[in-house]
Design a protein around this ligand. Structure first.
Ligand code: BES
Ligand code: MN
Ligand code: ZN
Length: 503
């Protein structure tokens, strides 16, 4: 898919060549100079006259009129060098790849030198941005429409010309960027699947295949085993369903010893009706995405499988749908979690924290010393932070800092919400049980986090509420509308860069 080459020849045939254009006095060097010469300086003229926009994310097309081997030149605006961040570079490349896709281009060559305008973003970073943006921006959910037999042309061949940087290192950066993009796309695909197309059994099957592909150890608990282990909170949510629950466990061992284990826990509700605390007819639409946390964890595991960091990870995914029937759990029910803590159910729609309670306990049993859970947990986080920021809660600032850094590098913003003692008191406020699962409408997001925190106990833990960020109603530069695959990259980067610490 990606080809790295040192020597750019004006006569080499391409459907298109892509150059980056910074918003600064234009001085073409190296291959770009050659290119401009071939056009007798007209390219520089077009830029100077403002006919080609150098604004970040601006995609300009120039025909080559047979002056060079390539049919057309794509000029991608990158803005001012000092303003160009890794994220903005990816976004700009995303805009370009979307245009290439719409134009049915099958091949393109990049003059990578033209994308390097400052030290922090060198050729390697540009290569990483390029391949990640390519994967993310061209992703599409196939869907179920009847198709015509005509094959759709797709961008399949990308040549990267670069005079700076080692070819091997560039190739490695391209591979890494692509792995991040592909893992994110797998997460998106899972989230986009309708509830009838992705049951907990299907999700378990998918995880099993993933573990075979990458040599992870896997354990898929069926209903009977889940019962034996006493996962009463998880089972309560599944009680009204015809679909059996699955507790999915994947282990990746990148260290000699099974120590400093990171537990990644993902909410895997394949459809959330709300149960007897039923959702409204508009609120229920879209609840196939309630396994977005599970998808992020599996996407991250795919990236981890590709990049093989020296870390130990156990992924735990409790999966079921939340349905209604004569056997379903009800408000006022009291259930006993695997930890032994009893829970008064005040709202069957607060099901995510129930399945996560047992998953967190189980992750600890598998040796997790650090925990990060990801979940489409509350509508409250949308009220608090909107649709572009993931809510984070923690019992350990050191761990949170590490997750925060990873999220910044991934370009997936998170923001911390507090859990104070008084918040804990509210989830502990039941007359007849240790906890209640829904202490009232104030601070939903915090209550969800505080509840899960009761099961993390002393283990350093970060909770990520992605209810607002797991999907996007609008198309954007690095993806289509629908599932975003959010947190797959953050989790993978977090694992790669993780440093154990004294608690
Ligand atoms: N799956 C929902 C949260 C959600 C809402 C995800 C919107 C994506 C978009 C979750 O299970 C839920 O129903 N949460 C309730 C909690 C409440 C009953 C305490 C909520 O936020 O309203
Ligand atoms: Mn719910
Ligand atoms: Zn839910």
């Amino acid at each position: 898919m990606f080809n790295v080459s040192r020597d750019f020849d004006l006569n080499s045939e391409h459907e298109g060549i892509v150059i980056g254009l910074f918003d600064k006095p234009v001085k073409f060097e190296g291959p770009l100079e050659k290119l401009d010469e071939a056009f007798e300086g007209h390219l520089t003229e077009l830029i100077k006259s403002g006919d080609l926009s150098a604004k970040a994310k601006a995609v300009n097309k120039v025909h080559s009129f047979g002056k060079i081997g390539a049919k057309r030149i794509w000029v991608l605006g990158l803005g001012k060098p000092k303003d160009l961040t890794f994220d903005l570079l990816k976004e700009s490349l995303g805009a370009l790849f979307k245009t290439l896709k719409k134009s049915r281009q099958e091949e393109a060559a990049f003059l990578l030198d033209s994308f390097v305008g400052q030290e922090e973003l060198d050729a390697d970073a540009a290569a990483h941005a390029l391949s990640e943006a390519f994967a993310l921006a061209t992703y599409e959910f196939e869907g179920y429409k009847q198709k015509s037999n005509e094959p759709v042309k797709q961008l399949e061949q990308i040549t990267v010309y670069s005079t700076s940087g080692e070819a091997d290192a560039l190739q490695a950066s391209l591979t890494v960027g692509y792995a991040y993009g592909a893992g994110t796309n797998s997460a998106r695909m899972l989230v986009n699947l309708p509830g009838n197309m992705l049951t907990s059994t299907d999700l378990a099957e998918y995880a099993k295949e993933l573990s075979e592909r990458y040599g992870f150890e896997s354990e898929i608990l069926d209903k009977e085993e889940i019962e034996k282990l006493g996962m009463g909170a998880f089972l309560a949510v599944n009680q009204g369903s015809k679909e059996p629950p699955k507790m999915i466990v994947l282990k990746y061992q990148g260290k000699e010893q099974w120590e400093d284990v990171i537990g990644l826990v993902g909410k895997g509700i394949t459809f959330d009706t709300g149960g007897y605390s039923i959702k409204t007819k508009t609120g229920i639409v879209g609840m196939k995405t309630d396994m977005g946390g599970a998808a992020a964890v599996l996407g991250a595991m795919e990236i981890i499988g590709e990049l093989k960091p020296e870390q130990n990870v156990v992924a735990v995914i409790p999966s079921t749908d939340n349905m209604i029937s004569g056997g379903a759990f009800k408000p006022d029910d009291v259930i006993t979690s695997m930890s032994g803590k009893t829970i008064e159910v005040l709202n069957t729609d607060a099901e995510g924290r129930l399945v996560l309670a047992d998953a967190v306990t189980y992750a600890k049993q598998h040796g997790a010393n650090y925990l990060v859970d990801v979940a489409t947990l509350t509508g409250g986080v949308i009220t608090a932070l909107g649709l572009h920021t993931t809510g984070a809660m923690t019992n350990n600032e050191t761990l949170f800092e590490q997750v925060l850094e990873a999220s910044a590098e991934a370009g997936e913003p998170i923001w911390q919400l507090p859990i104070f003692e008084r918040d804990k008191e509210r989830v502990r406020g039941s007359k007849i049980a240790d906890l209640n699962n829904s202490p009232g409408s104030e601070g939903h997001a915090v209550m969800g986090g505080a509840f899960i925190g009761e099961f993390a106990e002393e283990t350093p833990w970060v909770h990520l509420d992605i209810a607002g960020t797991a999907t996007s109603s609008k198309e954007y530069n690095l993806g289509p509308s629908g599932a975003t695959g959010v947190m797959a990259r953050t989790l993978a980067i977090f694992v790669e860069c993780f440093e154990p610490f004294e608690k």
